[in-house]
Design a protein around this ligand. Sequence first.
Ligand code: GLV
Length: 327
Amino acid sequence: MKPKILITRRIPEDILAMIQETCEVKLWPEDDVPISRDVLEREISDIEGLYCLLTESIDDALLAQAKKLRIISNMAVGYNNINVEAATKRKILVTNTPGVLTETTADLTFALLMMTARRMEEASQFLRQGQWKTWSPMLLAGQDIYGATLGIIGMGRIGEAVARRATGFDMKIIYHNRTRKIEFEERLGAQYRTFNELLKESDFVCVLTPSTPETQNLIGKKELERMKPSSILINTSRGGIVNEDDLYEALRDQKIYAAGLDVFSEEPLSPQHPLLTLPNCVALPHIGSATVKTRREMARLAAVNLVTFLQGKKPPHCVNPSVLEKE
Ligand code: GLV
């Protein structure tokens, strides 16, 4: 008998077919409507595997009903939507999709940095709205990227890929991380800083740390006040790490120059959100890894994690591998 699994969103046909070879699949067939909590609660008690997205909250209450569940395969590198501790307690394996989205997400991070520094969204609106009357010396003048100091908070795979891009712009690279990365420092000429030193010194502060209870509100009023008035904040990691109310005030009062955000504490962000009234805030709808090739790779890797495990082998990317250890 094939194990029963649930997939919480439409995924590419060939990847679905690959899963169906070894699993009995229930599929939430929508593309732009997330699975409802009711359906998830109804289905969870009967499945051995769950293939889900970062839009699904897999919490303790849900897992309490997941009597047969053995694996949660998240189609994302971040897994803050899953209560991993609760899963581990119930011996449920959690897997994710690191690696395949590193370069794509670093590209978007750098694009946001460039958009905000050179006021590209504002400039494009200016032109479309018929406001372009003439070339003038200070019209839409922004900040330089080349030669500026880039401060990266969280030096993981994506942080390093952003730093590599920065070397092509002759930027000075500083970083803060829980542990120092000496080999990275030597290879890219990057320098370690304390968190406060980084905030004070950077022209661009780039948030690339995972979302954990410790990183909630990591950047709030106090931290924004430490940044230079000419500095720019970029967040392509997770909402909640930057306090949005404090950021709104800092941008409105020009305590910092601009912000580029791809992630928000509540997604989707309301079109009425105050941040969207500010010309110095560029906001994107969580598209860091959104290229056709990378999203396919993520979908495929999530499928490989799921199928490999259900066939009795160790999947390539386990978040809580301790559940695989024999007692
Ligand atoms: C996207 O945000 C991911 O975590 O993969």
